[in-house]
Design a protein around this ligand. Sequence first.
Ligand code: SF4
Length: 423
Amino acid sequence: MTAAPPGFHASNEPRPASVYVHFPYCLTKCPYCDFVSYKTPREAIDHVGYADAVIAELRARASYAEAAWSAAGSRRRIESVFFGGGTPSLWEPKELGRVLAAVREHFTCAEGDALEVTVECNPTSLDERRARDLDAQGVNRLSVGTQSLRQEQLQYLGRLHDPAGAQEAVRGALASGIGRVSTDLIFGLPGQSPEDARSQAGELADAGLRHLSCYQLTIEPGTQFGELSRRGRLPLADDGLVAEGFLAIDEELTSRGFTHYEISNYAMPGEESRHNLAYWRGLEYVGVGCGAYGYVQTARVGAAADGGIGVRYRNAIDPKAYVAAAAGVRDDALGEGDGLSISSEPLDGETLLRERIMLGLRLANGVDLGACGRDLGVDPWTPERVRTIEQLSSKGRLARVGDTLRIPRPAWLWADDTAARLF
Ligand code: SF4
């Protein structure tokens, strides 16, 4: 029997898929942030109207996605729902709960805690009571935006909370009894020593967290930091110290029993983010909400004359435009002309294979290129790619075992470049 590709079930089983819900409001706009998020006072947030719009979109997207999956020849089961943003912990839990109920109503979902439901939270909108309220709505995982435990670093990042507020939010989340709690930590800040990065990761693990996402600060064009950097006015960290910080965090957390399962993510056994794993494995996600992206398979592999087997769409990025469009969305919403998507891109097997290489190589277990090729109906072993694999392997940048490619940990710092060479 041929093994199913990672994350895939046997062919008569529904394939796993996800739902992503975007909530676009924040209390401030952090200077490094390039997400679709808008600084909005608490009292100006549109809790009910925004929930109504997302529910209308869910109904339409589910109707089309179910038809598309039927055309693709297999069913889907939603195994994770992720409320991202923005700051979805600002959303009234009751309204967020209405949206979650609509996901369950319109899609076939895994039962009970087999459905991972994550909400991103900021310390300024999370305490034990809010965590309990989210738990009562069916949320079973929180991701807390700690970012740093040092006052001067939080100030540099433009965050509204202080170290005590971050620790209090983490304590409240853990004390609430909600199933699982993760936190984000940013390293690679100017003036930060590798020892400080290590020590903060350790302090968060000491607090009882069993999942940590540790991101290097990146400067994105179009952000305040991007503009300051372009003008040479942003203090930045030394590249060597950033690399040492990455390794120091790795040492600290793996010595405590965490698995470094993705370049930026650490988990105790069984605590991995199922939603993000599905994304890194190239599985489908139905995106809803302002600015959300979605990717849905629309045809059987090899059936479409133009080789297209899926569609990626993106929603309107202005909340008011989104809410207005959702009110009139057509029931076959999955692309251009549906009244909601501002872009829609057909995806063929080669494009999807490149995405799976790029995302899959971020995982410690790597990517099963042979299985991906079979799943997408393309030959991944082109002579040029095989040559590149051999060259990269000889330099210690890549390892191949059977059909699986992975990047050895010491070479993770060059993962993006390694993946790009395999395109
Ligand atoms: S809180 Fe998060 S989403 Fe909001 S502006 Fe800051 S980084 Fe962006």
